[in-house]
Design a protein around this ligand. Structure first.
Ligand code: BDR
Ligand code: CA
Length: 312
């Protein structure tokens, strides 16, 4: 990887999206060029407002482009059971001091790519609606996309259905377009993100760093932890930050390169990421699937990121 990695951050904040944005902002290895929003965890109005509040909190001053109100073809679906009615329930957040771009998400992505001096990585931590729409409307910009590092899917199982993970399930047609695009994909699926667990002692450590950012992050983690404990997890799986952490510190991860396809038709498996783990198709891999993580190293990266943003 050539550092710093220029990225467009596309997500649906969301507690874990917000923490992923913080990791990106805090790292010298990443240069955030723009933020775009999609509907997913909540409606597009709410995820966009949340993106503005998170950018204000962490001091990320880049154009923010609002996405569209619904997936490409599927009916909209949200996750208030996990992220609350606001999409980012828990601690009070500052009101936005950063405005919205006059460009909508796909137009902002296109402009950012056109103006970039070198290929850009798209980080996607929500449904892939914007990235798919970009590829459909601007196929000439494919060469300007170095890779797509995404949180989504799971080789072994899903979390919203037995087969499908939320981000892929919300917009399987978009995911299909992205996985068929030929652009290198890094897939931080449930296989790795459910190992990226945060425990009480981890957010106590972050809270003890002091200051507003540390307090808010600790409360987000606490909120996320309480929900996941209530459904049987032993810690809070920090899904979305894995897609950013891989870019900052790939040595924290184990991976396998597989050919992955999206099931868009299955009665029981719509939205599944089907990986050719036994190499039966003879088709070359299209995705680097993260399979393992140095959990302590990941927590240390998170704590150091909060410390840097809080205290310089
Ligand atoms: C994904 O779903 C969302 O609720 C999270 O923000 C994450 O992107 C995990 O399945
Ligand atoms: Ca998300």
């Amino acid at each position: 990887m050539t550092y710093p990695v220029p990225i467009i951050y596309d997500g649906d904040p969301g507690h874990d999206d917000a923490i992923a944005m913080l990791l990106a902002k805090a790292s010298d290895n990443i240069d955030v060029l723009a933020v775009t929003t999609c509907c997913g965890n909540q409606t597009i109005e709410k995820t966009t407002y949340n993106a503005q509040r998170v950018c204000t909190l962490i001091g990320l001053d880049v154009p923010i482009g609002m996405g569209q109100a619904r997936p490409l073809l599927a009916q909209p679906m949200t996750a208030p059971n996990i992220h609350g009615q606001s999409g980012l329930d828990g601690p009070r957040l500052p009101e936005p001091e950063v405005g919205l771009s006059s460009l909508r998400a796909v137009a902002l992505m296109a402009k950012t790519l056109q103006e970039a001096e070198r290929p850009v990585t798209i980080v996607s931590t929500g449904p892939l609606t914007n990235t798919a729409a970009l590829l459909l409307t601007h196929p000439e910009l494919k060469a300007k996309i170095e890779r797509i590092s995404l949180m989504g899917g799971g080789i072994a199982h899903g979390n919203w259905t037995p087969a499908a993970e939320f981000n892929i399930l919300v917009d399987p047609e978009a995911a299909d377009i992205v996985f068929s695009s030929g652009i290198p994909i890094v897939m931080a699926g449930l296989d790795v993100t459910e190992q990226a667990l945060i425990y009480e002692e981890d957010f106590d450590r972050i809270r003890a760093l002091g200051g507003e950012i540390a307090r808010v992050v600790a409360e987000w983690l606490d909120y996320f932890y309480q929900f996941h404990r209530s459904i049987g997890y032993i810690g809070a799986p920090l899904h979305d930050p894995c897609a950013v952490a891989y870019l900052i510190a790939p040595e924290l991860f184990e991976f396998q390169d597989y050919y992955v396809r999206i099931d868009t038709h299955g009665e029981f498996t719509r939205g599944a990421t089907v990986a050719d783990i036994n190499r039966q198709t003879g088709i070359a891999p299209n995705a680097r699937c993260l399979t393992g993580i140095d959990r302590q190293g990941f927590v240390d990266l998170l704590a150091e990121s909060v410390r840097r943003l809080s205290h310089g």
